[in-house]
Design a protein around this ligand. Structure first.
Ligand SMILES: [Fe+2]
Length: 339
């Protein structure tokens, strides 16, 4: 996370409904309900809150992936540009959309099966995508036209440091306020080549965040069904990340000339592009040996509020209502156990 996005995160949390949510609900009643639920072998209030945040996160993922899927299926020039980065990239986008939709539908169905309300974000599908071949002109939750992508995951997974121990990592590319989808059918081929490089970095960015998010929740669940859901869905996000990270080997570089989109050439093994395995890093406690692990997995860095604020800082919700942001923050606070 860059300094500016960290500042954005702090501002977002300060001005959001988080404080209100914490004050209104408090912590003690939730803990008391959880102790009671555990003794009865039931799914606790915290576990329900975690599942509800994950349902919301999956609905957001499914929404953004649906836009990439529609373009991959029905916009020949976008598909060809993606395949110029990696011949499998458009198919990966299509398959990932199906996966994320299944995650959202499953978690919501599970919530209903235990007598809880499913998460419904339909009232917030308000953002119209650009008038481009292949994209249905229906309201969306997410905005893929002004993304600021934190690309430090690229160096983070190749380094021995861990954000949970305070390590920070350089950006491999500069992507500030950039479209990951074409804004019109008149987009020149050269510009489209830059747009799909933004998309390629965004693909991996989303999936590494999902991987960390699921992992960091595991210490806070104990009902066997909830453990199984988190332990079985989370690794699919890691599988997605692995594929999309490897696709970056086909990034040929781009420079917009105004400093807002600067991507290095990652082909040909330059900059250790082929070192795609998660390098062993510091983990859990200092003094223990380095270990090849998902990172970060500390709630402060990878929890629901961190995930939500990271998505906001990326511009994914540009144009969304304050009511939507308030709803996401309330779900995140409850999932993190502070509401
Ligand atoms: Fe997912």
């Amino acid at each position: 996370m860059t300094t500016s996005s960290s500042a954005d995160r702090r501002r977002f949390l300060t001005h959001s409904a988080l404080g209100t949510a914490v004050a209104a609900v408090g912590i003690a009643p939730l803990a008391a309900r959880d102790a009671e639920a555990a003794s009865a072998g039931r799914i606790s209030a915290r576990e329900v809150a975690i599942l509800k945040f994950l349902a919301a996160a999956e609905l957001v993922e499914a929404d953004l992936w649906l836009q990439y899927e529609e373009l991959s299926r029905r916009n020949a020039s976008y598909r060809a540009a993606l395949e110029d980065v990696d011949e499998g990239l458009s198919d990966y986008a299509i398959d990932t959309q199906e996966d994320e939709e299944s995650h959202a539908a499953f978690i919501n169905a599970f919530l209903v099966s235990i007598g809880e309300q499913p998460v419904n974000l339909d009232p917030f599908r308000t953002i119209l995508p650009p008038p481009v071949t292949g994209l249905r002109r229906t309201g969306r939750l997410t905005n893929l036209t002004r993304l600021t992508v934190d690309t430090s995951y690229y160096t983070r997974y190749r380094g021995i440091g861990n954000p949970d121990f305070g390590a920070s990592f350089a950006q491999i590319a500069t992507i500030q306020n950039q479209p990951a989808i074409p804004l019109s059918n008149a987009t020149p081929a050269r510009q489209l080549a830059g747009i799909v490089q933004v998309a390629a970095f965004h693909f991996a960015s989303i999936e590494q965040g999902g991987t960390s998010l699921y992992s960091q929740f595991l210490p806070f669940v104990r009902h066997p069904d909830v453990v199984r859901i988190l332990a079985a869905i989370g690794p699919t996000e890691a599988i997605h990340f692995a594929h999309f990270r490897q696709s970056l080997e086909g990034i040929r570089g781009f420079n917009s000339g105004d400093g807002r989109l600067v991507v290095p050439n990652l082909t040909g093994g330059r900059r250790e592009a082929r070192r795609v395995m998660p390098r062993p890093c510091a983990f859990l406690r200092s003094g223990l040996p380095r270990c090849s692990v998902v990172r970060p997995t500390a709630p402060a860095n990878a929890g629901a509020r961190a995930a939500a604020t990271g998505l906001v800082a990326s511009g994914l919700f540009a144009g969304q209502s304050q009511a939507f942001l308030n709803a996401v923050v309330a779900l995140a606070a409850a999932a993190d156990g502070v509401a």
